[in-house]
Write a protein that binds this ligand. Sequence first.
Ligand SMILES: *Cc1c(COP(=O)(O)O)cnc(C)c1O
Length: 448
Amino acid sequence: MSLFDSLEKDEELYSILEKETERQRCSLELIASENFTSRAVLEANGTIFTNKYSEGYPSKRYYGGNEYIDELENLCKKRALEAFQLDPNVWDVNVQSYSGSTANFSVYTALLQPNDRLMGLDLPAGGHLTHGYYTANKKISNSSIYFQSLPYKVGDDFLIDYDGLERDAKSFKPKLIIVGASAYCRDYDYERFREIANINKSYLMADIAHTSGLVSAGLLRSPFEYCDVVTTTTHKTLRGPRSGLIFVNKKKEGGGLVSKINEAVFPGLQGGPHNHQIAAVAYQLEQVSKPEFVDYMKNVKSNAVILGESLKGYGFNLVTGGTDNHIVLVDLKSKELTGSKMELLCEMVDISLNKNCIYGDKNAMVPSGIRLGTPAMTSRGFGEKEFKMLAFFLKEIADIGMEIQNKYGKLLNDFKKGLENDQEIKGKLEDIKNGVNNIAIGFPFYTF
Ligand SMILES: *Cc1c(COP(=O)(O)O)cnc(C)c1O
């Protein structure tokens, strides 16, 4: 039985759904922020909880009929604290954020006044847009438009420049320091962040959107000991539906932080909670507390090491030489290929990955690396053998990229012309694509 029987009559929509299902089933998903959630999460996300308005919080709603919605939200909160082994006397959690970015913006408006100062990791160094990103020409993220932002960076070793952060924080005096990233493959020295925050009386927030699954499984350091607030998405390593969580330390400001955060989420930024989403998050957080999920996370981590080491064996350079988490950052300069060309070639053979800036890139529009992640394919059942094969595919693809450049030149237009017109190269890519598709369909996808 399909989850989507009643959709079939809408042929236009259904055909798009079918095409996307086939795309996901047949391709190799290496985008580090993506995952394959379970059928149970899809079902929970499709429940009648979506019908209910419940502005407010459990027992304090602006609408009637919320007896069971209160139960649902309280269950989700309890499971969120359990998933991260948090003492309910010390931590509270808001489960209403629609996603990671809105969770972050809610925290900023809770802790800061307009034009107050914050510091986050620079986007080209691996930070997230919502951590205050702006360019020389334009303030890009609302977190840099409505607040004053000064980024900290990584050093020549591609690790966070804690000394630089300490120096700049002393003069900039941020009210908030954010730790966390989207393209950083090493763990954080939360204690050092706390020291720097204390010197300047700054709040410290961790955004563990990418790594929360690994944190919950105890495979990365925990930010909770040091931070005032911790945010995360629920759809990356946590493998749940798309949503956001905000954990708040109850001991800070005599418990005052909790009401500040809650008011910032509603009525500050959002309206009615997405209760179907909260149901799906609640389901997944129960799974996260189980030993099977810890095993999954261990596999994600060991697969990232295997993928990285195999790539090194083929002459690829890894940023920082390896990884502590689920992300492998590859610097393609040694292969004289750009991230954009590699992404384009991989897309042609049904491998999804992201081009990625390598810190120090002269032109952010020509990123010289790629970001790979193991959570999604590990969910499909990939292990050591398959990730080694994946590394081999990536090597073959990079070789083809270099061959095209040698024959047709490095300019993207010449490169694309070569790609379109060279039958031999087209044949090679076609062979790889067939290999990719054959492997992918051999691993379980949803059995609709
Ligand atoms: C993905 C991500 C977010 C944003 O999450 P969305 O759900 O896409 O809004 C925020 N912070 C970090 C570090 C992320 O990686």
